[in-house]
Design a protein around this ligand. Structure first.
Ligand SMILES: Cc1ncc(COP(=O)(O)O)c(C=O)c1O
Length: 488
């Protein structure tokens, strides 16, 4: 739970209020102008309507240079950002041919596999030559290569489940699988901060959806008891089945899910569990096997294990791992398996090779070193930010660390000032977060060196002072010495 300081809440509301009022006045004038110049829609209703359209036009476009910055290299520890400019107050951004080399604190490149890797890259290139970039077919027709079968076997083995099925996109994995597993008469109980792909999958399933307070097992129990007692709406028949959906690491909070407590409650009430490990698989746990390994949970206790290959494995796609019967059923019924083109062969090879490196099957200890590095880097960085007085969300060991900004004016100020000093940081605001809870989200990588982290801390500290986002007093004698961040 995030407690916003009163003054910050007040100034944030005031800033949004001001933007809203000015936006509405500008909209009113443009409507009058359209009417005056007969620039109307000739009987059609406007295709984009509503508050979200207003938000995009009057708030987002003003700061859109902070989002969707094109890059011109692999998303390694350092990368090239393409410079853009605007001649119309940011409504359109024009790309230049100039590049800025920046320290990358935004990509989900947790283990550093997103850049050229001595083991993975030659194998991915080889598979590109052998199989081409696309199978041009869905899995059930010509889209299953031996790589796809190998990938499913290695994923199942890696996550500790009897079988797995893979998809070309992580988002689709959630949004297409949930409607297959759940339907009318079923109940989904979802963590309030679950990812949008889960929300859309749950909505598309037609099941009844109830939400429990983020990561709060006592509230989950309350909701479960109440729903089991009430049963289905109107008929009050018992639910056909109940599924609780949680994440391993929450992508906007950096928090590790309280899996043992949640699983104990699910067991007590005979509810199935669905765990999304997009940000935790490969990134945490002694051998990179995610939150189950980190928190000492037996994977047999999680019914459906979902994850993506877009973070720790430096590739694309997603997986579902579970019992043989479940995976077989999904292969016969899931539209994303039956009708969508299968995952690209070089992307599949990249994942197989990355898993081999993580497990040391490449004959080196690079995997173990990467895992040690991401943990060390994350814990060092989080603790340094906290000592400086930033409000940092999330748990130790998590490579995701949001720094709270709150005020809308601080979003572009923080992002642009960091960029000026060659540090690229992702800022996140509504609708990805609640309106008042805008933040910068740092993703740490095993490929960051100590020097990279020190540079990042120096820049963030300077910009933090300038923008005024150090909401807590800094810890005395623990940081700036001679203008440098002190390291233990
Ligand atoms: C928790 C969670 N699930 C699913 C996804 C979607 O994965 P992808 O980006 O691989 O499509 C994301 C994306 O970041 C995520 O954070």
């Amino acid at each position: 739970m995030i407690a916003i300081p009163y003054l910050t809440a007040l100034t944030t509301y005031f800033s949004y209020g001001l933007l809203f009022v000015f936006g509405q006045i500008r909209d009113l004038f443009s409507k009058i102008f359209d009417w005056w110049s007969s620039n109307n829609l000739q009987g059609y209703a406007p295709i984009c309507l509503g508050l979200e359209d207003f938000y995009i036009r009057r708030l987002y476009l003003r700061i859109q240079d902070c989002f969707g910055r094109p890059i011109s290299s692999a998303p390694d520890a350092w990368f090239d950002i393409v410079e853009r400019y605007s001649n119309d107050n940011n409504k359109t951004l024009i790309r230049t041919s100039k590049l800025t080399r920046c320290l990358n604190l935004g990509s989900y490149n947790y283990l550093g596999f997103a850049a050229a890797d001595e083991y993975c890259t030659p194998r991915a290139i080889q598979s590109l030559k052998k199989y081409s970039a696309s199978t041009c077919s869905s899995r059930v027709y010509g889209g299953t290569t031996v790589l796809h079968n190998d990938l499913e076997e290695s994923v199942a083995k890696f996550v500790g489940k009897p079988a797995a099925i893979v998809f070309g996109m992580g988002y689709v994995t959630n949004s297409a699988i949930l409607p297959v597993l759940m339907g009318k008469g079923d109940l989904i109980i979802s963590d309030s901060l679950n990812h949008n792909s889960i929300v859309n999958g749950a909505r598309g399933s037609g099941a009844t959806i109830r939400v429990f307070q983020h990561n709060t097992s006592s509230h989950l129990e309350e909701v479960l008891r109440e729903q089991i007692a009430e049963g289905q709406p109107r008929t009050h028949r018992p639910w056909k089945k109940i599924m609780v959906i949680v994440e391993g690491i929450y992508s906007m909070e950096g928090e590790i899910g309280k899996l043992p407590e949640i699983l104990a409650i699910c067991k007590k009430y005979k509810a199935y569990t669905y765990l999304d490990e997009a940000h935790s698989i490969g990134a945490v746990g002694k051998t990179g096997r995610g939150v189950c390994e980190l928190l000492g949970v037996d994977t047999a206790d999680v019914d459906v294990m979902m994850g993506t290959f877009t973070k720790s494995f430096g590739s694309c796609g997603g997986y579902i791992a579970g019992s043989k019967e479940l995976i077989q059923y999904l292969k016969y019924t899931c539209p994303a398996h039956l009708y969508a083109t299968s995952i690209s062969p070089p992307a599949a090879e990249q994942i197989i090779s990355a898993i081999r490196v993580i497990l040391g099957e490449d004959g080196s200890s690079r995997g173990a070193q990467k895992l040690a590095r991401i943990r060390e880097n994350s814990n060092f960085f989080r603790s340094a930010l906290q000592k400086m007085g930033f409000e940092v969300l999330g748990d130790n060991d998590s490579p995701v660390m949001p720094i709270m900004l709150y005020n809308p004016a601080k979003i572009p100020a923080f992002s642009r000032e960091c960029l000026k000093q060659n540090v690229a940081i992702v800022t996140v605001a509504f609708p990805a977060t609640p309106l008042l809870l805008a933040r910068a989200r740092i993703c740490i990588s095993a490929s960051h060196s100590k020097e990279d982290l020190i540079k990042a801390l120096e820049v963030i500290s300077r910009v933090g002072d300038l923008v005024g986002i150090k909401y807590f007093p800094a810890e005395p004698n623990k940081q700036q010495q001679d203008g440098r961040v002190k390291l233990e």
